[in-house]
Design a protein around this ligand. Structure first.
Ligand SMILES: [Zn+2]
Length: 51
């Protein structure tokens, strides 16, 4: 998987919710520019495209 901004390498990262640490999600972070792609962002993007 590659970064959509700089085509850098994305690494998988686990993000924890600030208020409820039992809630977490897997995200992709670019090692080059630090851009973060998480499942929610991806889902929103797909939803927007579908409308
Ligand atoms: Zn990047």
């Amino acid at each position: 998987m590659r970064c959509r901004r700089c085509k850098g390498l994305l690494v998988k990262e686990r993000i924890y919710d600030l208020y409820d640490t039992q809630l977490h999600l897997d995200a992709w972070r670019c090692v080059a520019c630090g851009d973060v792609l998480d499942a929610l962002i991806l889902r929103n993007r797909v939803a927007r495209k579908a409308q």
